[in-house]
Write a protein that binds this ligand. Structure first.
Ligand code: MG
Length: 281
């Protein structure tokens, strides 16, 4: 918009100042702010910078200090954003007393002693949790090089070949954004079969590709009795896995998967789910 035109249109507004005349100028700060689409913090900081020394009876340093205060806040916000915390819902939730939610978690876990470690993980994080359910194969790593083993019935070879998986950079980038974040617990829910060897292999991948603080409690794998699609579909298994670990499915906030039936399941539950690749295995 042409600023001169707008100032003409708004003359009556621009000609008034509530509480004085000392901030009058030909190009007023609020027009600068409007024309350059400033947001609140930039606007406030530059407003004080623009007018310091103009207010009679007040030291110039006072406005400069106010400007500095807003700039300080801007720096905080910039650091916060650069540090991959894009989740305003988490900020809002951070102000909510976590105790009732923790109580709900613990009550939900009564009678499930195996899940005590999971409670410990939540406590370590110091807040109630929002789960981000992360699939591994074809989300974080490319497993297509070994898919044929699975469908040829050689499940051992399929799992063992995981040691040669290459990381998917985009998957790594997004999973790292959620890694070790207060208020978020990443659950790595995979249809890989659970065994000491393959749990260690998978955990090593998570440590290498996501971060060293991923715990074994965050890794949910198919137990031997449920290993294989013929035993349970992926979409049923993933819900079962979360519940069986003592977590509440309603606390799943976001999910990533490459398998369309799983994506559809999460979405049907109201969970935002990102479909990472063509349905594969
Ligand atoms: Mg997958």
């Amino acid at each position: 918009m042409n600023t001169t035109d707008r100032r003409t249109d708004d003359r009556r507004v621009n000609d008034r100042q509530v509480g004085g005349t000392h901030y009058r100028s030909t190009y007023q700060h609020w027009d600068v702010a409007t024309d350059t689409l400033m947001r609140h913090l930039e606007g406030a900081a530059t407003k004080y910078l623009a007018r310091f020394g103009n207010k009679v009876g007040e030291p110039a340093s006072k406005d400069l200090e106010k400007a500095a205060h807003y700039i300080e806040k801007l720096i905080d916000v910039a650091k916060f954003n650069l540090d991959f915390e894009p989740l305003s819902v988490i900020q809002v939730r951070a102000e909510i007393d976590p105790k009732p939610y923790m109580d709900r978690f613990i009550m939900g876990l009564t009678g499930a002693p195996a899940a005590e470690d999971n409670v410990a993980v939540l406590r370590t994080l110091g807040s109630w949790s929002t789960f981000v359910v992360c699939d591994i194969d074809n989300c974080l790593v490319d497993s297509l090089h070994r898919t044929s083993h699975y469908f040829n019935g050689d499940r051992e070879k399929y799992m063992a070949a995981a040691k040669d998986d290459r990381v998917i950079p985009q998957g790594q980038f997004i999973y790292r954004a959620f890694y070790d974040r207060p208020g978020i617990v990443q659950l790595f829910v995979t249809s890989r079969g659970d065994s000491p060897v393959y749990r260690e292999l998978t955990l090593r991948q998570l440590h290498d590709f996501v971060g060293p603080k991923v715990t074994t409690n965050q890794l949910l794998m198919r137990p031997p009795e449920l290993y294989g699609l013929e035993k349970m579909s992926d979409e049923a298994y993933k819900q079962w896995a979360v519940t069986n670990a003592g977590y509440d499915l309603n606390d799943v906030w976001m999910a990533f998967d490459d398998r369309k039936p799983v994506v559809d399941m999460w979405r049907a539950r109201g969970v935002v789910c990102y479909h990472t690749a063509v349905d594969a295995y």
